[in-house]
Design a protein around this ligand. Structure first.
Ligand SMILES: [Zn+2]
Ligand SMILES: [Zn+2]
Length: 176
């Protein structure tokens, strides 16, 4: 996710490159890992390089109901301009004031690192309460086991307080 763009920076405005994105990265401050797959296209602008990314991201998340770890698949689309921090011909650092705060930058080796932007976009796109599935029944409030539509299969507690729920509970117990 690290691209040397010195060639592209030497070309005229409108020149493009396309790369494949693969590999994985670990999100800072969490054990979540991301595995983006897809394409990145770059275009020389008058200021720097415009980067368009469209990737499928597999990330690890914890279900907010049952607390089980699961793989969350999402689509990440972003468009950002990266600006150089050193002068291409002299290698001298550019005046920091000419680089806006919060803008993505190309480092002193003319490399563009997608990692930071991918992390930022993934974090802002993450659901506040991730669910392993919409139908996730969460945890049984009595025994703490994972429960499905028929209850936890251990106690009779559960969303289904019907005769069927109790029967499922009994069957679950008998099967142990
Ligand atoms: Zn769940
Ligand atoms: Zn239970």
């Amino acid at each position: 996710m690290y691209y040397n763009v010195s060639q592209l920076l030497k070309e005229s405005v409108g020149s493009t490159r396309t790369y494949e994105v693969s590999g994985s990265l670990t999100l800072e401050g969490s054990e979540a890992t991301l595995a983006p797959r897809g394409r990145v296209s770059m275009m020389r602008t008058d200021r720097g390089i415009w980067v368009d990314v469209g990737v499928d991201v597999q990330s690890q998340a914890t279900c907010s109901r049952c607390l089980e770890r699961f793989t969350h698949s999402s689509k990440l689309v972003m468009g950002e301009e990266y600006v150089p921090t050193v002068d291409l011909t002299t290698g001298r650092p550019l005046d920091a004031r000419s680089v806006d705060e919060g803008v993505f930058t190309i480092d002193h080796r003319h490399c563009l690192d997608l990692r930071e932007a991918l992390e930022e976009y993934t974090i802002t796109n993450q659901p506040m309460k991730p669910l392993c599935s919409e139908a996730c029944g969460g945890l049984c409030s009595v025994c703490g086991a994972r429960r499905d539509a028929g209850g936890c299969g251990v106690c009779q507690e559960g969303p289904a307080h019907s005769g069927l729920g109790a029967l499922v509970g009994l069957l679950g117990r008998a099967g142990r």
